[in-house]
Write a protein that binds this ligand. Sequence first.
Ligand code: JB3
Length: 214
Amino acid sequence: MDRAVIVIGAGGHARVLLDALRQMDGMRVLGLTDADANRLGETVSGLPILGDDPWLLQAHAPDTVALVNGLGSVRDTRLRREVFELFKARDFRFERVVHRSAVMAEDVRLGEGVQVMAGAVVQAGAALGDNALINSGAVVDHDCRIGDHAHIGPGATLSGNVIVGAGAHVGTGACVIQGLRIGKDALVGAGAVVVRDVPDGAVVMGVPARRRDL
Ligand code: JB3
């Protein structure tokens, strides 16, 4: 039987997820929520915006619908994390979304609500934490560990054995060489080449990547 699903957030990332969900078996997407009240009733990729998040909490019991986190992240993964935690605290379950074109080694460990988008490659021994997002065309090589809520941006490459802390954001096209640790809530700028560990909460940019204040 198909599982009923609602997508949280109705922006760009949600549209990418809807496309992946259409190609997965067993998902019946009912619609989306959005924080912008003016968007109620709008359609997104042919599906309705049903209400906001308080509406969802009132209208659906956790055992009647599963959720997909449609909020992406730019620089900062906080909103994506807050939404996940809000609904988990009310016993909702988040579906995993893995695009059919993603290449996933057999032994990859996947947390709840993980999202792996089109063309991503996740190699042997990797582990993806709850609510982690591996965006289009990113490479997560062997034995990498991606923390809860972390976002690996489009086309970013993590060589083998990289550890990415919870909530970190690795920007579009960044590269991280083997065995490094990206700290919790760190930000790696787009196109950066990371050749040494990044402390918790630090911002690094450039080639080679250096610390910056934002
Ligand atoms: O780079 C790529 C490939 N994707 C980016 C993605 C990772 O992050 C994308 O380009 C965007 O920069 C971003 O996608 P996202 O999060 O979909 O951003 P945006 O297109 O701006 O849409 C966010 C939507 O979420 C807006 O319609 C907001 O009104 C809505 N929103 C904000 N906060 C919320 C909340 N909706 C709900 N349900 N709950 C909220 O708390």
